[in-house]
Design a protein around this ligand. Structure first.
Ligand code: ATP
Ligand code: SF4
Ligand code: MG
Length: 383
């Protein structure tokens, strides 16, 4: 799973592009009112100025609370919904506004696996029929479809004889394996997984995650793996994006994010993960955030997290923080970063993926100083 630096691995195009390049992507849903005349009275800021690059063979985790825009983001990436603005490039090709003809071959290379395997499989079709459709799309000859379907079932850990069963005759974990087999049938390069294990028991979650990791190694797949819980994406992801109210708050190599979260919101998400050892659990300091996320129709000014952040000060309410680049490819958008030294803050630079709307203020060393907060430390005094 470990991804080598791009240059060594040769994953970037000559122009520095990744497998998927997302630039300042926005998805705003209009809110209409009026029975006779349909008037737009506002918009939901579901995905608001999100930029990142996915490298070939990489697993990128996307986490955040319910409603932060994870599903909208990946649905926009596979063009199930239209972006309001910004750009999506797949293997260097701009697909943001691609029509049906241009999208057809690309849809084969980008597949989605959904959270609810029960709802995503047609209950009236046998597994063989469910798999036959994508195999035909791939151009597999009629006479070879059954053999290919059997191979696919074996690849995802099911019996080839299951071909004649209906979806309701399987357990939840098995149904998710069928969903994965269906995605694999077209030989994709990228699979976007929307909470693929959230509906499953913990023991089954581990089995499905192991399956996905094995498939990635064998087939050199890339994944975008959405979850609302940081514990699920930890082992499967090379890098993790933390989202809040449509915005990117932090991007980091996976292990670094757990060892040294820079953004207070990430600390809060980490604090919510239970530790199995009760003693260790009691001893741990926590960042507790209260209340629900604000309304995405009218998001807070400045830093979107300021209404719930224990470290918020005046500048947070006024100025949207830049997405700043720390050492080791670790990005965070916060005026008062945690777990970083004054030297690290001094060497910080503006990330090219910073939202267009963000201010010019880099994190101030004089505010954070050499403050090296453990997760859950108190906020600095208001400046
Ligand atoms: N078609 C739509 N029309 C209007 N608003 C929408 C639409 N789809 C999603 N939203 C809103 O956009 C925001 C982001 O929704 P989204 O489903 O992407 O969140 P999510 O992070 O996937 O949440 P969850 O973890 O619950 O699945 C929410 O406020 C949601 O209500
Ligand atoms: S300290 Fe300020 S900028 Fe940082 S997360 Fe809290 S509110 Fe946002
Ligand atoms: Mg969702």
């Amino acid at each position: 799973m470990t991804v080598e630096p791009q240059a060594e691995q040769g994953v970037s195009g000559a122009d520095g592009s990744g497998l998927l390049d997302v630039e300042h992507l926005r998805v705003l849903f209009p809110i209409k009112s009026g029975l006779v005349i349909d008037r737009q009275v506002g918009q939901v800021h579901a995905v608001d100025d999100v930029s990142f690059q996915l490298r070939e063979g990489e697993t990128l985790g996307v986490v955040g609370e319910s409603g932060c825009g994870k599903t909208t983001l990946i649905r926009a990436l596979v063009r199930l919904i239209d972006a309001t603005s910004g750009a999506i490039r797949f293997r260097g090709q701009d697909i943001t506004k691609a029509g049906r003809g241009q999208l057809e071959p690309i849809r084969r290379e980008m597949q989605m696996v959904f959270q609810d395997p029960q709802a995503s499989l047609n209950p009236r079709k046998r597994v063989g029929q469910i798999l036959a459709t994508p195999l035909r799309i791939r151009g597999v000859e009629k006479g070879k479809i059954e053999t290919e379907s059997r191979d696919l079932l074996e690849r995802v850990g099911l019996h080839p004889e299951h071909l004649n069963r209906f979806p309701h005759e399987f357990s939840g974990g098995q149904r998710q394996r069928i969903g994965i087999a269906r995605a694999l049938a077209v030989e994709p390069l990228l699979i976007l997984l929307d909470e693929p294990v959230s509906a499953l028991d913990v023991s089954i979650q581990a089995q499905v995650i192991n399956l996905l990791e094995g498939l990635q190694d064998d087939l050199h797949l890339s994944y975008i793996f959405v979850a609302h819980d940081l514990s699920v994406v930890r082992h499967v992801s090379d890098r993790i994006i933390v989202m809040y109210l449509g915005k990117v708050m932090e991007v980091s190599p996976s292990e670094e994010l757990y060892a040294k979260p820079i953004h207070p919101y990430t600390s809060a998400l980490l604090s919510a993960i239970p530790i199995p050892d009760p003693k260790e659990n009691r001893a741990r300091e926590r960042t507790v955030i209260t209340g629900e996320p604000p309304n995405p129709i009218n998001p807070p000014s400045g830093c979107r997290f300021h209404t719930r952040c224990p470290r918020a000060t005046e500048i947070c309410r006024r100025v949207e923080p830049q997405l700043s680049e720390y050492e080791g490819g670790h990005l965070a958008a916060c005026h008062h970063p945690q777990n970083v030294t004054a030297e690290e803050i001094a060497s910080v630079t503006r990330s090219p993926t910073t939202p267009i709307s963000a201010g010019d203020e880099l994190p101030g060393a004089e505010e954070a100083g050499s403050y090296r907060a453990p997760v859950g430390a108190d906020a600095p005094a208001d400046s």
